[in-house]
Design a protein. Sequence first.
Length: 116
Amino acid sequence: QVQLVESGGDLVQPGGSLRLPCAASGNIFTIRVTAWYRQAPGKQRELVAEITNRDTITYVDSVKGRFTVSRDNAKNTVYLQMNSLKPEDTAVYYCKAHTIWSEDYWGQGTQVTVSS
């Protein structure tokens, strides 16, 4: 199994920045893709960005140029750097690990609120 813990959510003004860490533990060697999702009130959960174990990165169009995914293998942590935040980025952000066995593990989520 894989355990994931997100943190870093906060209230931030429009135009501000936040960095969300996703720390993994357990059978981390089985992780093939680590992804960030978000879910706004009344909306479906949507994929924001993902990074594979070969460092292939993809982003949803709405965050391209503003969000950056990176990893620190020494800390078993994947980061979501969010810049130029907009009110529409307000959501609970979740980290998901997809393993080589096609299992999905989710973190508990962290709240990001963008408001003046």
